[in-house]
Design a protein. Structure first.
Length: 202
């Protein structure tokens, strides 16, 4: 298997250019394992949008030639990744599949418009407008419960406000939150990225 490796502001990814090579969740988890595999925060396949298995993704083929098939490090599917799409764009250029400039990328969260600077190689991504979710609470660790605010960007994010990071407890462990709701675009259950915040008074 031929693969590329790249990072965007420290998030590193395995990029697989061959669209006909798919992976099980266990295979992705092994490849991303930092002790027994290549090691990465996620795996990205470069797939022709028109050939994608997901009908929602195939519907983006008129706007975006290439689909960013993103998998989390545990092998689960994700809508996309902001840092990952920047690496994906560089991989498309390096593989000769796109030219520097502005174009669109298909994702499980919808079409994302990107541009790459011809000279410096900087990538800009239009992430769109976040969609708020209903306020809820999350329980992690040993039964710790926190009120949370949710946003789709387009990945689900759960934001918990704490008075001090000393009060964050198991929130700092980076645990994944499995929600009962389904994503409005994909119909899959939410897996939320955890974020913690503290209000600053200036």
């Amino acid at each position: 298997m031929r693969a590329l490796k790249g990072h965007g502001t420290g998030n590193d990814f395995i990029i697989v250019p061959a669209a006909d090579r798919d992976f099980t969740a266990d295979e992705v988890a092994l490849l991303c394992d930092r002790h027994f595999g290549i090691g990465a925060d996620g795996l990205i396949r470069i797939v022709p949008t028109a050939s994608a298995e997901d009908p929602f993704v195939r519907g983006q083929a008129a706007d975006a030639e290439w689909f960013m098939d993103y998998r989390n490090a545990d092998g689960s599917l994700a809508e996309m990744c902001g840092n990952g799409v920047r690496v994906f764009v560089h991989a498309l250029i390096a593989e000769g599949r796109m030219q520097p400039g502005a174009f669109a990328v298909a994702t499980r969260g919808g079409v994302r418009h990107v541009s790459i600077d011809v000279v410096g190689g900087d990538v800009a991504v239009d992430m769109g407008v976040g969609e708020p979710l209903l306020p809820s609470s999350i329980t992690i660790g040993e039964g710790e419960t926190f009120p949370a605010a949710g946003m789709l960007f387009p990945n689900p994010h759960a934001v918990v406000f704490v008075d001090s990071l000393d009060d964050a407890g198991h929130l700092l462990d980076g645990a994944r939150v499995d929600g009962g709701e389904t994503h409005p675009l994909t119909g899959r259950p939410h897996h939320a990225a955890m974020n913690h915040a503290r209000q600053l008074h200036v």
